[in-house]
Design a protein around this ligand. Structure first.
Ligand SMILES: Cc1ncc(C[n+]2csc(CCOP(=O)(O)OP(=O)(O)O)c2C)c(N)n1
Ligand code: SF4
Length: 319
C-alpha cells in the first residue's frame, strides 16, 4: 500500500474551513448536484489550488462575463483538453521549482473539473495521455450523465434507456439504446496511483477521497455522481435522496483502486433497494416498462457483484 495513503487517518469535519472557494450567487439551477461536489472538493483543497475547467455547466454558471465565482486561480479551456492544460501547469510548476522561483516544498494542487461529455467522450484520449505521462494532478469527473448545458444530449455516461434530446423515448426507441460506458474500468486500467468513485450524499467519504487524491504523487481521478434536476426531470429537493439511492440500490458502488492493483469497497450494500425506487424519481425514466426495469436490475446486480468480487480478491495487504 502507498505509505502516504496508509498514514492518512481521515479528515475531521470540525477542522474543515468554514470558507468556500466557490462563491455563492453562481447561476446553477436549484438543487444542482453538480456544483455541490465542486464546492466540497475546493473546501478540501483550499486556496493553494489551480483549477482547470472544460466547457460544461460548471464553467457556464460560474463565469458569466464580467463575473466570476472562483476565488482561486481558474482557467477555462476548450472542451477536450483540460487534462492537457493541467499537464502543462504541472510541468510549469516543476520547472519553476527547479529554477528556485517557487519553494521546492510548496504544495500546489492542480484540479480539473469536467463533465461526463468532456471525459467519457470528447476528452478521453487527452485524459488517457495525461494519466499515462504520470502528471501530478487531480481529475474530477462531474457525471450528470449527459451533455447538459447544450440541451441534454446523450453522452457515453448516459444510462441505458434514459430519455435525452438525442435519444428521445418514443415509438421508435425507448430512450438511450446503449449501456453506460465503463469509464471506471478504463481509468483504473491506467494503473494510476489513485482512482475512486464518490457520491456527494456520502460527503465525508467524498471529501476524504479528494484529500487522498491530493496526497498521492502522480495522477488521481475521482468519478463523482452529480444529479441534474433540469436534465433528469427530478425535483431539486430530491438531489441528495438520489445521491443516496444511487449507492443504496448498488447502481453506483463506492470504491477505490490504488495503483491499479488494490481494490477497496467503501460501502458494502448487503440489502439493496430496488432500482425502481431510484428510477421513479426521474422523468427521464418514466416511459420504462416493467421488463425494462427488470433488465436494468439484472445488469446492476451483475456489475455490483463484479466490483465486490474484485474488492475481495484484490484487497490491499493488511499492515
Ligand atoms: C469539441 C467540441 N465539441 C462540442 C462542443 C459543444 N459543447 C460545449 S459544452 C457541451 C456539453 C458539455 O457536456 P458535459 O461535459 O457533460 O458537461 P455538462 O454541461 O453536462 O456539465 C458541448 C457538446 C464544444 N464546445 N467543443
Ligand atoms: S443544467 Fe443541470 S448540471 Fe447544469 S446547472 Fe442546471 S442542474 Fe446543474
Amino acid at each position: 500500500m502507498r505509505p502516504e495513503l496508509a498514514k492518512f487517518k481521515g479528515l475531521n469535519i470540525k477542522e474543515l474551513p468554514k470558507e468556500d472557494w466557490i462563491a455563492p450567487g453562481h447561476r446553477a439551477c436549484q438543487g444542482c448536484g453538480t456544483v455541490l461536489p465542486l464546492k466540497l472538493a475546493l473546501k478540501v483543497l483550499g486556496p493553494n489550488t489551480i483549477a482547470v475547467s472544460s466547457t460544461g455547466c460548471m464553467e457556464i454558471i460560474t463565469s458569466p462575463f464580467p463575473f466570476t465565482s472562483w476565488k482561486i486561480p481558474w482557467i477555462h479551456v476548450a472542451f477536450e483538453n483540460s487534462a492537457t492544460v493541467a499537464s502543462g501547469i504541472d510541468s510549469a510548476i516543476k520547472a519553476l521549482k527547479r529554477k528556485g522561483k517557487i519553494p521546492k516544498r510548496e504544495k500546489i494542487n492542480i484540479v480539473v473539473f469536467a463533465g461526463d461529455g468532456a471525459t467519457f467522450d470528447i476528452g478521453l484520449q487527452f485524459v488517457s495521455g495525461a494519466l499515462e505521462r504520470g502528471h501530478n494532478f487531480i481529475y474530477i469527473c462531474l457525471d450528470n450523465e449527459a451533455y447538459m448545458n447544450t440541451g441534454v444530449q446523450r453522452s457515453g455516461g448516459t444510462p441505458f434507456l434514459a430519455h435525452t434530446t438525442t435519444s428521445p423515448a418514443g415509438k421508435v426507441i425507448h430512450g438511450n439504446i446503449t449501456w453506460k460506458k465503463n469509464l471506471d474500468g478504463i481509468i483504473a486500467a491506467h494503473n494510476i496511483p489513485y482512482f475512486a468513485t464518490a457520491s456527494p450524499a456520502f460527503y465525508m467519504d467524498y471529501m476524504n477521497k479528494v484529500k487522498k487524491a491530493s496526497l498521492v504523487e502522480g495522477p488521481a481521478f475521482i468519478h463523482v455522481y452529480s444529479p441534474c434536476p433540469t436534465g433528469w426531470g427530478s425535483k431539486g429537493e430530491d438531489t441528495i435522496k438520489l445521491c443516496k439511492l444511487i449507492v443504496e440500490t448498488r447502481i453506483f458502488p463506492l470504491y477505490e483502486v490504488i495503483d491499479g492493483k488494490y481494490y477497496i469497497l467503501n460501502r458494502k450494500v448487503d440489502k439493496p433497494k430496488p432500482v425502481e425506487e431510484y428510477l421513479k424519481l426521474q422523468r427521464r425514466f418514466r416511459h420504462l416498462k416493467p421488463e425494462e426495469i427488470e433488465m436494468i436490475q439484472k445488469r446492476v446486480n451483475e456489475d455490483y457483484e463484479r466490483i465486490a468480487k474484485m474488492c475481495e480478491v484484490f484487497a490491499p495487504p493488511k499492515d
